[in-house]
Every structure is written in C-alpha cells, then in structure tokens.
Design a protein around this ligand. Structure first.
Ligand SMILES: Cc1ncc(C[n+]2csc(CCOP(=O)(O)OP(=O)(O)O)c2C)c(N)n1
Ligand SMILES: [Mg+2]
Length: 341
C-alpha cells in the first residue's frame, strides 16, 4: 500500500497565496468537522436504541477532512459542490450548521430532508450543494449536468465532484470524466483515495500505480496531492477551479489519505492493519494544519485553545438542540416528492 503514498509537491504553491483568514477558517472547519463526527460516533455507540439521536448509522470522514474542507474552500458562493459521504467538511464550509446536521441525523422536526433520508444523505440546491445521490459514482454525471448548464448559460461557475478510490473502478466514473473532457466542462474531479472501499484495499481495486494518471486518457490534467495537508489540497484544487473558470475544462486531483475509522459507525474495521492506521494517525490533517499555522506564527496557543473551545460549545449546543426537537411524524403528504411548477 506504500506505493500510493509518495506525491509530488503542487507546482503552483508559491503563486497562489492563501490569506490568513482563509487559513484560519480552514483550520476551524477541520476542527468543527472532527468534533461533529466524533460526537456522531460516540452518540451512536452509547445511545439508547429505543430513543436514538443517530438514527440508522453514521458516515465519517475522520482523517480525511482536509480534502472536503480544502477543496470546498476554493469555491465562490455561486459555485457548486456535489457531495459524497466523506464531505461533511464541505457541508459545513458551504453553510450547513451543526444544528441542521444533528436534526438530520436524528430525523427531527426541521431536518434538512424532512426525515425522507438520514445521516449524510442531504444537500440543498439553494446553497449550491447538489443533494446526495449515491455513495458511489452516480454523483458525477449530475455534477457534469450542472457544469454543462452553467456553460450553456454562459455563467462562470464551477463544480467540484468528489468520489472514492472504490468508485474509481466504476464505469460511470470513466464515462463522466470522458464526457467532461470532450465538452471541456468546468468540473474539478476530486478523488478521495483513502486506500479502502469498505473492506477492499486499493491493491484489490486496481493494478494502476497512480490513479491521477487516468486523466491522460480523458485529455485533461491530473495530479496527486497529500490529502492530509489542507494547504496542499487548497492549492491544487484552486489551480483547477481557476482553470475551469477560464473555460479550459476539467482536472482530476487525486488526494491521498487514509480512512481512520470504519466505513461507517457500524464498522469496527478490524480488517485494516493496525500499523497502517498508526502510521497515518501521525499525519492527522489537524496536526499538519496546526503545525503549519504555528510555524508561520499565524496561530498562538491561546488562539488555538479558543477555537477548540468554540467548536466544542457549538457541537454541544447542536446536540442538545436536536435532542430537544420532536421526531418527524410519518406523513402522507407529497411535499418534496414532485417538483412544484
Ligand atoms: C452502486 C453501488 N454499489 C455498492 C454500494 C455500496 N457501497 C457504498 S460505499 C462503498 C465503497 C465506496 O468506496 P470508495 O469509493 O473508496 O469510498 P469510501 O467509502 O472509501 O470513501 C460501497 C461498495 C453502493 N452504495 N452503490
Ligand atoms: Mg475509499
């Protein structure tokens, strides 16, 4: 599995400067995502099954937060993000609140999907978050469609379309990337290579050494970045969104990382070698970002403490709020089933 770890430095890193506020905001969202998802896991493991706040199960992005936070932080308000199940960070960056997320997990009144689906299966067209279609490749043609519409209407918006290393073996992924290449769609394909697809390791998924090299076959650029480094992810995706906005077409960015928890909260992932997990824990994206900010004198220990306290308070509030709301009652209404014209 070590064959997938070495990545080239992002060429343009010196040419794109990230303002301090943006760096601090990304650090905050890394922490917020981690705290929110840690809480989902502990609630799931300790709750009364007759009165759950985590209804069904949860999907976490622990250890991979830099990909969704870094990539979504490159977007403008009118751009689009086509979220997968590892993109809680992007939901938060794009304006969903922890309260909304826990209402969704708890199937409570006010939940984003009004109880029609659970956990991370949500989105909001008004916030330009394409509602969740699938854990696998089916998101990508939808992202293409939104990008094609923007191109047709002459808008300068771009779409980020993420998918996993397992999904990368699906036909629909190849079809979507091929189509986007032909029509120079303003899409950035972000491949979250977390080394596993449920219990299938990447070595059983592909004989290719570098998944980003597949971009050659679609006629657009591809590159690999350290998916645990939010600054590296930001640089690479920003370069790609700038390119897409200039009308030069798609890019494939392979973000190399590791899934630090099970596939979902129900999965203890005993099949993942312990040494592998220990090695990746040392490269935790939060530690990497904190080290970067501290080295550059952008974050003092006091500021760090403050932001951590703020995040804990926000999640405490969100959990309590969701708990205080009633469960959604089953209803025969057709609301949100048919589009009202
Ligand atoms: C068409 C289809 N096949 C199988 C599944 C079940 N499934 C959900 S996630 C997943 C693995 C996805 O792996 P990967 O693309 O690497 O993403 P990761 O979960 O590692 O982020 C599978 C097989 C599904 N949701 N849809
Ligand atoms: Mg995977």
């Amino acid at each position: 599995m070590g064959r997938h770890l070495k990545v080239a430095a992002t060429e343009n890193r010196e040419s794109i400067t990230i303002p301090r506020e943006k760096l601090l905001s990304m650090y905050y969202y890394l922490l917020l995502t981690r705290e929110l998802e840690n809480r989902v896991l502990t609630l799931y493991q300790n709750q009364n099954p007759m009165d759950p706040l985590i209804v069904g199960k949860g999907y976490l992005s622990t250890g991979q937060e830099a990909i969704s936070v870094g990539s979504s932080s490159t977007l403008e308000k009118d751009d689009w993000f086509c979220a997968s199940h590892r993109d809680m960070g992007a939901h938060l960056v794009r304006g969903f609140t922890p309260r909304e997320v826990f209402l969704q997990y708890g199937c409570r009144e006010g939940s984003i999907t009004k109880g029609r689906d659970g956990n991370v299966h949500f989105g909001d067209i008004n916030r330009h978050m394409i509602p969740f279609i699938s854990h696998m490749g089916a998101n990508l043609p939808i992202g293409n469609g939104v990008a094609a519409a923007a191109l047709y209407k002459g808008e300068k918006t771009v779409v980020i379309a993420p998918f996993g290393d397992g999904a990368a073996s699906q036909g629909v992924i190849h079809e979507a990337m091929n189509y986007a290449g032909v029509f120079k769609l303003p899409v950035v394909f972000v491949l979250n290579n977390n080394q596993w697809a449920i219990s299938t390791p990447i070595s059983r998924q592909t004989a290719a050494k570098n998944l980003y090299e597949r971009a050659i076959g679609y006629g657009f650029p591809g590159k690999a970045v350290d998916g645990n480094n939010v600054v590296e992810v930001y640089h690479a995706v920003k370069e790609a969104t700038d390119r897409a906005r200039r009308g030069e077409g798609p890019t494939l960015i392979e973000c190399r990382t590791m899934r630090l928890t099970g596939h979902g909260t129900h999965d203890p992932a005993t099949y993942v070698p312990k040494e592998e997990l220990e090695m990746w824990k040392k490269k935790d994206p939060i530690l990497v970002c904190r080290h970067y900010l501290t080295e550059k004198n952008l974050l003092s220990p006091e500021e760090d403490k403050k932001v951590q306290e703020r995040v804990t308070a926000e999640i405490d509030d969100a959990v309590e709020y969701a708990r205080s709301q009633p469960l959604i009652k089953p209803s025969p209404e057709l609301d949100r089933v048919f589009l009202k014209m």
